[in-house]
Design a protein around this ligand. Structure first.
Ligand SMILES: Nc1ncnc2c1ncn2[C@@H]1O[C@H](COP(=O)(O)OP(=O)(O)OP(=O)(O)O)[C@@H](O)[C@H]1O
Ligand SMILES: Nc1nc2c(ncn2[C@@H]2O[C@H](COP(=O)(O)O)[C@@H](O)[C@H]2O)c(=O)[nH]1
Length: 190
């Protein structure tokens, strides 16, 4: 049996984490935990949502890729991917679009790219505030070049990415279920 990695990308607030949590709860698809230097949100736990790092400790890992997003470091390690694949042959990871391009280039057919977006981008800010994000941090994020870049599917990912509009979770979930069905057939995983 092959391994597969579902890379979930798209703008902040589009529902990437929601998708990976759903994949984990419904299908037992393990999540790759990545590293960041940003502060944890009130409901986030170290080692579950992220490995929360200082600027110094961030340097101690072996990254498959790393980026800067709205002033903080984020990185995903080879070890994290291996750990997830040991738990289940299909794993998922949440990445910005720069990271998604790196994974597509490095892992080729082993990845399935999902690009989430919404019809009205104003919705994203409301979702972040409703999630409980700090107002100043949200404003800073919405002004960042990374936010603006991630609103659009990069041309490098266009041929292979599955675009899902997440205006309505029930509709988006149907598309996610179809993708899992397709992957199960492809790698003969039940
Ligand atoms: N279809 C939807 N309708 C309404 N709210 C949604 C929908 N999908 C996700 N949400 C909510 O929007 C908020 C942002 O979702 P989530 O944290 O999954 O986004 P994200 O893309 O991972 O964001 P970030 O990149 O900032 O981490 C969450 O509170 C989530 O419950
Ligand atoms: N390229 C990478 N992007 C990552 C990684 N971990 C998370 N992310 C993305 O960063 C932004 C901000 O995340 P947040 O949790 O602070 O809202 C978001 O787009 C994530 O998808 C990573 O290791 N590499």
């Amino acid at each position: 049996m092959q391994n597969k990695l579902i890379v979930v990308t798209g703008p902040t607030g589009s529902g990437k984490t929601t998708v990976t949590e759903y994949l984990n709860e419904k299908y037992g698809i393990a999540q790759v935990i990545t590293h960041t230097t940003r502060e944890p949100r009130s409901n986030e736990q170290n080692g579950k949502d992220y490995y929360f790092e200082t600027n110094e400790s961030f340097q101690n890992n072996h990254y498959l890729e790393q980026v800067e997003y709205s002033g903080f470091h984020y990185g995903s390690s080879y070890e994290g991917l291996r750990r997830a694949w040991l738990k289940s042959p299909v794993a998922s990871i949440v990445l910005d679009t720069a990271g998604a391009i790196t994974y597509a280039n490095k892992l080729g057919d082993e990845v399935a790219i999902v690009f989430l977006h919404v019809t009205n981008v104003e919705v994203l800010k409301h979702r972040l505030l409703k999630r409980g994000d700090n107002v100043d941090i949200v404003e800073r994020r919405l002004q960042s070049p990374e936010y603006k870049r991630d609103l659009h599917l990069p041309k490098q990912l266009k041929p292979d990415a599955i675009e899902i509009t997440n205006d309505d979770w029930k509709m988006a979930r149907i598309k996610i279920d179809n993708l899992v069905k397709q992957i199960k057939n492809e790698i003969e995983w039940n």
